[in-house]
Every structure is written in structure tokens, then in C-alpha cells.
Design a binder for this molecule. Structure first.
Ligand SMILES: [Fe+2]
Ligand SMILES: [Fe+2]
Length: 379
């Protein structure tokens, strides 16, 4: 990671005899860090944010008439653009002491920012493509508005990264990152959930830091409240799209919904547990945080999903912990290499698959869907 690069550059800087040499080394360092950041954003593993493509014609064929009233109200809210001026640094943007930041925290926080930036940008790319390919006025208008928001989000995070001498090359990502094809219904489930869980994540951190400002080690967290309202609206839009076709949330599709709920929750849990120093600095126990975010997301998703996962089931938490341990062991085995490393990696992949299957088979809570899906941010 770039901590090592920073050490190297710091050494070199100490040796540099003139200010010019120092400057040249700093520029070199920034290039190194940005290449590193872009490389990280390029990764496609089970845990890293992906870029998606879909059957755009099928999406374009959606008729929103069954939800017209709610649809028009939501679009009007988005057209009014309440966050137009929000994603700009103001005097609230305190100075960040990147040099003085504890190295492990810096490493994990930069990783958090890169991963968030990639996820935001992934939304932007998908939504923009839909807008470009479609001809359905309702659908293209929605996707254009959402692309606008996600571009702002990704750009704002990239601004914050730039202060640390790191930047994700978003143009390069658009061209070179691998795109995963998902059928439209899978895009609905996955994107709806990622928008709602994004809202729950941002608002939970924001409320926690409101109560404990001494843990706010970076100003970007002050921007999370209005930010998460954008994600909330995006989630509302996908709920309405799903509401246009009752088949999407019934029959065999309920099993797909359960699959996506389990996958999204489990991925979040495992990824967050890879950042202990980051959560410690925030003063947040990642187990508490995970449970809180799952709880909020579950309550919200009752607007459109006929089931919620039983996150209080006695097997839920220990199985998540097992999955997280297996994941650490897989990474360790891969790093180790050789026969022993490969064996460790394989056996833990089997363990991880078993844990996932166990989570998936925990009976879900069922409920009736409400008449109208529309919700307002309440946390
Ligand atoms: Fe976003
Ligand atoms: Fe979003």
C-alpha cells in the first residue's frame, strides 16, 4: 500500500538537497499513489465494487404509469436538486493532517475512500449509460438525475483523496474496468439495496459523529447527512421501478431477493472488518455498526421486499464472524503462496461457501407489502 511508498518518499525527501528536488519527488509520489489508487479501484473481487452493464432495452421498456403519482413527486424532488451546492468544500472543511495520521489508520481510511469513490462512480457509469441508450422519457430522465448525483459524490471523494496525494483515474476506470452483466431484475435488487444500505451507512456514521464529534478525524463526514438523502431518493426510485411489476417481488424471485440481501449484508460485514483502525478512530464497534446498518436497511426494504433477513437469529452473528475469519485466511493463504498457502486458501474458500449457505438458509421474516412504497428519510 502507499504507506510504504510514503516512507520511501519521506526518505528521499530528507535527502533532497534543494526545494526543487523535493518538489519533483513529491510529484513522483503523487503519480505513484494515484497509480496505486487506480489499481485498487480496478480490482474485481467478491468484495470490491464492480461496474455493471445490463439489457438496456428491457429497462427502457418499463411503463411507470402504475406508480405515476409517486413517480412524478420523486422526480420533481430530484429536479429541484436540493443538494446542488452541497458538494463543495466550505470553511467547515477543516485542515487534514495527512502526514501526522497514524499509518494504519491512513492506509485503511484511504482504502475506504477509494472503495467508496469506486462504488459511487460505478453507479454513475451505469446510470449514464442507461440515459444514453434509452428513449423512454421517464426512465432516461431518472437515470440522468441519478448519474448527476453519483458524479458529484465520486468527484467529492476524489477531491478529498487528492489532498492526500492520491486520485482515482475515473476516465481510465470507465474505459478499462471490467463490466459485469446483470439482468435488469438483478440490477434492481442489487442497486436498490446498495442505495438503501449506502443511506443507512452514511446516516449511521453521521449520527454517531454528531453525538461524538471528538471522533470526527476527517471533515468529509460532516457532508454525509445531505449526501445520504441523495442515496435515499435513488433507492426510492428503484423501489418504484420494482413496484411497476409485482412479479419482481413474488414467486421464485423472493429467493433471488434473499440471495441479494444475504450477499450485500455479508460483503459489507467482511469488508468493514478488514478496517479495524478506521472503526477504532471513529469510535465505532464494527459489529454494532453492522447490526445497526442491517436493521435500518431491513426496515426500509420492507417497502418493496416481502421478506427481511432474521439478523437476530442465533446463527446469524457467529456465521458472519466465521465468514470474516475464512476471508482473512483466504487472503493469508494467497499471500503465502506455495502448496501450503494454496491448501489454506482452498479449504477456507470451502468454509466461506459453507458460511454463506448457512446464512442463506436461516428462515426469513415474511410480511405483506404496503400499498404505496414511498418513504421519507427518518434516521
Ligand atoms: Fe452516491
Ligand atoms: Fe446513489
Amino acid at each position: 500500500m502507499n504507506v510504504q511508498n510514503s516512507d520511501l518518499a519521506a526518505d528521499a525527501r530528507a535527502r533532497a538537497s534543494t526545494a526543487e528536488e523535493g518538489l519533483a519527488i513529491q510529484e513522483e509520489q503523487a503519480k505513484l499513489d494515484s497509480k496505486f489508487a487506480t489499481d485498487v479501484a480496478m480490482q474485481n473481487t467478491l468484495l470490491t465494487p464492480r461496474f455493471y452493464t445490463t439489457d438496456f432495452d428491457q429497462l427502457d421498456a418499463i411503463d411507470v404509469s402504475p406508480v405515476r403519482r409517486d413517480w412524478d413527486a420523486l422526480i420533481a424532488e430530484m429536479v429541484a436538486d436540493p443538494n446542488k451546492g452541497h458538494f463543495k468544500k466550505t470553511e467547515d472543511w477543516d485542515h487534514v493532517d495527512w502526514e501526522g495520521m497514524e499509518p494504519q489508520l491512513k492506509k485503511e481510511f484511504i482504502d475506504f475512500l477509494i472503495s467508496s469513490c469506486t462504488a459511487e462512480f460505478s453507479g454513475c457509469v451505469l446510470y449514464k449509460e442507461m440515459k444514453r441508450r434509452g428513449s423512454n422519457k421517464d426512465v432516461t430522465q431518472l437515470f440522468q438525475l441519478m448519474a448527476r448525483d453519483e458524479a458529484r459524490h465520486a468527484g467529492f471523494i476524489n477531491d478529498a483523496l487528492r489532498e492526500a496525494g492520491v486520485a482515482v483515474n475515473l476516465g481510465f476506470l470507465t474505459q478499462k474496468k471490467k463490466y459485469t452483466f446483470f439482468r435488469p431484475k438483478f440490477i434492481y435488487y442489487a442497486t436498490y439495496l446498495s442505495e438503501k444500505i449506502g443511506y443507512a451507512r452514511y446516516i449511521t456514521i453521521f449520527r454517531h459523529l454528531q453525538a461524538h464529534p471528538e471522533h470526527r478525524f476527517h471533515p468529509i463526514f460532516k457532508w454525509f447527512e445531505e449526501w445520504c438523502n441523495d442515496e435515499f431518493r435513488h433507492g426510492e426510485a428503484f423501489a418504484l421501478l420494482m413496484k411497476t411489476d409485482p412479479k419482481l417481488t413474488s414467486g421464485v424471485n423472493v429467493w433471488w431477493i434473499k440471495f441479494f440481501l444475504t450477499a450485500v449484508f455479508a460483503t459489507m460485514y467482511v469488508r468493514d472488518h478488514q478496517r479495524p483502525a478506521f472503526h477504532k478512530a471513529l469510535g465505532v464497534d464494527p459489529d454494532w455498526y453492522g447490526h445497526e446498518v442491517f436493521r435500518k436497511t431491513s426496515i426500509l426494504s420492507e417497502q418493496i421486499f416481502p421478506i427481511t433477513l432474521d439478523i437476530d437469529h442465533p446463527a446469524w452473528q457467529p456465521t458472519l464472524e466465521g465468514l470474516s475469519r475464512a476471508n482473512v485466511a483466504i487472503a493469508k493463504g494467497k499471500k503465502e503462496g506455495g502448496v501450503a498457502g494454496r491448501l489454506r486458501s482452498w479449504s477456507n474458500q470451502a468454509k466461506a461457501a459453507w458460511c454463506f449457505a448457512r446464512l442463506y438458509t436461516i428462515p426469513a421474516h415474511r410480511h405483506e407489502l404496503p400499498e404505496s412504497t414511498r418513504l421519507e428519510p427518518a434516521y
